[in-house]
Design a protein. Sequence first.
Length: 230
Amino acid sequence: MLPQQLAAHSKLYIYRGFSRPLFFMATPTYATSSELDAVNSILMSVGESPVNTLNTQSPEVAIAQKTLQQVVREVQAEGWVFNTEYEVEFTPDSNDQVALSDSILQIDINRYKHNDNYDVIKKGGFLYDRYTRSNTFADEATVYADVVWMYAFEDMPQPFKDYCTARATRIAHTRMVNDGQMAPIFQQDEVVARSLALEYDTKQADYNVFQNSRGRNPYNAYKPYQVIGR
């Protein structure tokens, strides 16, 4: 039976019409933060008033935003479960070259597809093989690579938004105020935020001591029955 009535009780919504009512909690408006929220958090840490838009000529806003963007780029360059993809397919163009976008922070050849045939880096906007010292891949119809992507602030998981905001707050405070008494407080906030980001990454990636997050088993653990074969 389809729901026929929706009744609102404070922040609790009840769908009626089923054999049993279904309860759905309303989503808080502060469940996720935006780049503007992060910039305002940085501004308030240095004693500045928050703004309603980032399109302003204020030098304090510019410093806060640039610092945040720098931190977002640095944090994502580490490579986390949310911005790392494996076996991404790249098709060489008519010149046998693989063009790479600016959104690629790191790239490496996928060893399961190409073994140790290539040792690639990003160079001049193209995929470059250090073995052959060339950016052409004439022998490959498809190149498989592991990629660390650069995402916009809004596309990051909330724990990483909080971590980037805390780190950018510490850096911006040092650049704009440099109050030695407040520095340890901001540093502690950054440590806590990073620990929450690490916890998110660990849970999402399902890491363990025997397998990586992709279900591969690169480590050949000791097995008693193999002793006879030695």
